[in-house]
Design a protein around this ligand. Structure first.
Ligand code: PEP
Ligand code: MN
Length: 358
């Protein structure tokens, strides 16, 4: 349930209303939008009488019931206002959300050694990426496959961060590793296979780091939003949703089926920023550029792409990784679509280079 306050309600009146609501068996949450203040009510709202709430203050415009199972993640909870997830990086704040330029993230599937991660970081930064991705702990189908270098890889990510100023995004697989991951990561990634690891979701929800929540490979959109709700209910509102392809009957020519329809669907359901990962979404580097551009055209807020200095030798996900040169080219192509939809930052070095050429 949400309580929408009238425009220009004095803040003392908002606070008084929140205090009154707090004495009931619910948790009121103040959400300050551009034009209005909304008070979100979570808890046992079924017993609440909207008319009684309405009488609490003459400044209450309306009381709206949220009929979806996800509450904090629902579009209604913020009265339609998109969430802005702000990520601090050494180079400054990077903002994710519908009212911001598309954020480009790139890097290898796994951190392999210092030279490759620092070199990749330099290359993707020069191309315009704002964050470096790289796995230290890797969820692999086979226990005999490379599992990631763990803690030592986190130290290498910290070095790449220091060398380039890029923010870091890396996956946490186990709550026992959360503290060390959170020390290096500017965004904590929860992978597809852990999307419904509810105890992990609660624990990342208790941190103050933004969380990238990948869609489980067999998760419905509602399962995914309920997983986001777990993180938000635990106190962390900074969730970015990442579509990375779902498992369908056809796996012969693509690794997963990238569900780009999720973008317009999510826009009707949630205020959270949306990222697309066309690398896992297709499984093959040759299809990544087409789907990356399609994602921008469909309204994605961010793109995460796997880049490796030598994909043929990669310890994981080589076939879907672009070379740094291919990433340079893709960034130029993405700039064209990004500019067409009004979502490309003029500060991105390659978009500047491109506008010189156009
Ligand atoms: C990854 O980002 O490298 C990864 C393992 O992703 P996913 O959880 O989507 O498979
Ligand atoms: Mn990968």
């Amino acid at each position: 349930m949400i309580v929408v306050m009238k425009t220009d309600t004095p803040s003392s009146e908002v606070d008084r209303t929140i205090q009154e609501l707090g004495s009931w068996s619910i948790t009121p949450e103040k959400i300050v939008g551009k034009h209005k203040v909304v008070i979100g009510l979570v808890g046992d709202t079924a017993t609440l009488n909207p008319e009684k709430i309405q009488q609490l203050s003459p400044f209450i415009e309306k009381v709206v019931n949220i009929d979806k199972p996800f509450k904090r993640a629902s579009l209604e909870f913020r009265h339609g206002e998109p969430t802005e997830v702000l990520v601090s990086t050494p180079d400054g704040i990077v903002a994710f959300g519908q009212n911001h330029p598309i954020v480009s993230i790139a890097g290898p599937c796994s951190v392999e050694n210092e030279e490759m991660i620092v070199e990749t970081a330099r290359r993707v930064k020069a191309a315009g990426a704002k964050l470096l991705r790289g796995g230290a702990y890797k969820p692999r189908t086979s226990p005999y496959s490379f599992q990631g270098h763990g803690e030592s890889a986190l130290a290498l990510l910290a070095k790449a961060r220091e060398a380039t100023g890029l923010g870091i995004i890396t996956e946490v697989m186990d709550a026992g590793e959360l503290a060390q991951v959170a020390e290096v990561a500017d965004i904590i990634q929860v992978g597809a296979r852990n999307m419904q690891n509810f105890s992990l979701l609660k624990q990342v929800g208790a941190t103050n780091k933004p969380v990238l929540l990948k869609r489980g490979m067999a998760a419905t959109i509602e399962d995914w939003l309920m997983a986001a709700e777990y993180i938000m209910a635990a106190g962390n509102p900074n969730v970015i949703l990442c579509e990375r392809g779902i498992r369908t009957f056809d796996r012969k020519y693509t690794r997963n089926t990238l569900d780009l329809a999720a973008i317009p669907v999510l826009r009707t359901l949630t205020h959270l920023p949306i990222m697309i990962d066309p690398s896992h979404g297709t499984g093959w580097s040759q299809y990544v550029p087409t789907m990356a551009m399609a994602a921008i055209a469909a309204g994605a807020d961010s793109l995460m792409i796997e880049v490796h200095p030598n994909p043929a030798k990669a310890l994981s996900d080589g076939p879907q990784s672009l070379t740094p040169e291919q990433y340079d080219q893709l960034m130029r192509q993405m700039a064209v679509i990004g500019q067409a939809v009004g979502r490309w930052s003029s500060k991105s070095s390659l978009s500047l280079a491109y506008s010189g050429v156009a």
